[in-house]
Write a protein that binds this ligand. Structure first.
Ligand code: F6P
Length: 366
């Protein structure tokens, strides 16, 4: 049966998105189907977007040539464009969130699109699931550098981000040692500390702070002081942006507003100030930020992305809608979207990587 399938990328970008798009397009063409890319999440379908409702492009083999190794997404993405929480200004100047899923459903109908392959994190996949509830055949492909999506062993982009962070920690080590300084490095991870943990252990940090293990600042001071006392006169502290003190709040640079989630950040700077004042050692902070989302996907992430893309087309072929592709080594399987979104995948606090870190003397500030 000939099909017209749509594909979009939503939420923050992650290395490997282009490889997924390429696999979806080539595998679908292989079936004799047509593929259409929606620009900027769902923005390409909305009348008042910059595309004026015409942000849907036919994707051919030529459109996806040479993109497997490139970062970003050729379709564009947005983490401000949830059509079910669309910010709309009211006559009194206030802004409320409205649901525009009717428009999305109508656009699919009007264009004769048979189904949607949606590549996204929990936000985008929640949208996809709601569209599924409204009758749109959807398949989800999990994406996040944070690696916090349940029901998949890992997501593409995560290990590339870990490599970027590890490389930065390695570089900070040598300058920290030369200047007898302490560095506090902030990595992404609002709700879970996967990047901080993996990069921190691989980069041999002295302290790793993650949201799953609330910390006590005195324990951090203790570890830093100890480093200097025993003659290893520098320290590297790796923090996930969402880490918090016991009984405390995470650090934000911008509050949540209609259509936009709160933005985390600022923890490294605050900690560096406190460490410098308390431990009397010169301390600098660094935020890796979006460097972790950019650049070429490593070979593991490319391969995973290509596998996810072609598996999603398999699911369309089987009519297994409402499901998400998932890595369950050694296989890529299908899980119901509802199950995948039911909970977050946090770092297991007594898992083997945390235990390895502790055995190596790394402090979690607890
Ligand atoms: O991709 C998820 C994430 O990396 C979070 O860890 C981070 O807080 C967020 O994206 C930042 O996204 P943006 O600056 O694009 O809103």
């Amino acid at each position: 049966m000939s099909m017209k399938i749509a594909v979009n990328t939503g939420g923050g970008d992650a290395p490997g998105l282009n490889a997924v798009i390429r696999a979806v397009v080539l595998a679908a063409i292989n079936e004799g189907w047509e593929v259409y890319g929606i620009r900027d999440g769902f923005g390409g379908l909305l009348k008042d977007s910059e595309y004026n409702g015409d942000g849907v492009v036919r994707l051919t083999a030529n459109s996806v040539t040479g993109i497997t190794h490139t970062g970003g997404t050729i379709l564009g993405t947005s983490n401000r464009g949830n059509p079910m929480k669309w910010p709309q200004e009211q006559p009194d100047g206030s802004i409320i969130e409205i649901d525009r899923s009717d428009e999305i459903m109508q656009e699919f109908e009007k264009r004769g699109l048979d189904c949607l392959i949606s590549i996204g994190g929990d936000g985008s996949l929640t949208i996809a699931r709601r569209l599924r509830d409204r009758g749109l055949p959807v398949i989800g492909i999990p994406k996040t550098i944070d690696n916090d999506l349940a029901s998949t062993t890992t997501t593409f982009g995560f290990l590339t981000a870990v490599e970027t962070a590890t490389d930065a920690i390695d570089k900070l080590h040598t300058t920290a040692a030369s200047h007898k300084r302490t560095f506090v490095v902030e990595v992404m991870g609002r709700h879970s500390g996967w990047i901080a943990l993996f990069a921190g252990v691989a980069g041999t940090a002295d302290v790793i702070l993650i949201p799953e293990i609330p910390f006590t600042i005195d324990k951090v001071f203790q570890k830093v002081r100890h480093r200097y006392e025993v003659g290893r006169e520098f320290a590297v502290v790796v923090v996930a942006e969402g880490a918090k003190e016991i009984g405390g709040e995470a650090s934000f640079v911008e509050e949540a507003k209609p259509g936009q989630e709160a933005r985390y950040g600022g923890l490294a700077k605050k900690l560096a100030k406190r460490i410098e004042a308390e431990c009397e050692v010169e301390t600098r902070s660094l935020v890796l930020g979006h460097l972790q989302r950019g650049g070429q996907p490593n070979s593991y992430d490319r391969l995973l992305a290509l596998r996810f893309g072609s598996a999603a087309v398999e699911l369309v072929k089987r009519g297994d809608f409402g499901s998400m592709v998932s890595l369950d080594p050694p296989d890529v399987i299908a899980v119901p979207l509802g199950q995948a979104l039911a909970k977050r995948k946090n770092v297991p606090v007594d898992g083997d990587v945390v235990r390895t870190a502790r055995a190596l003397g790394i402090s979690f500030g607890d």
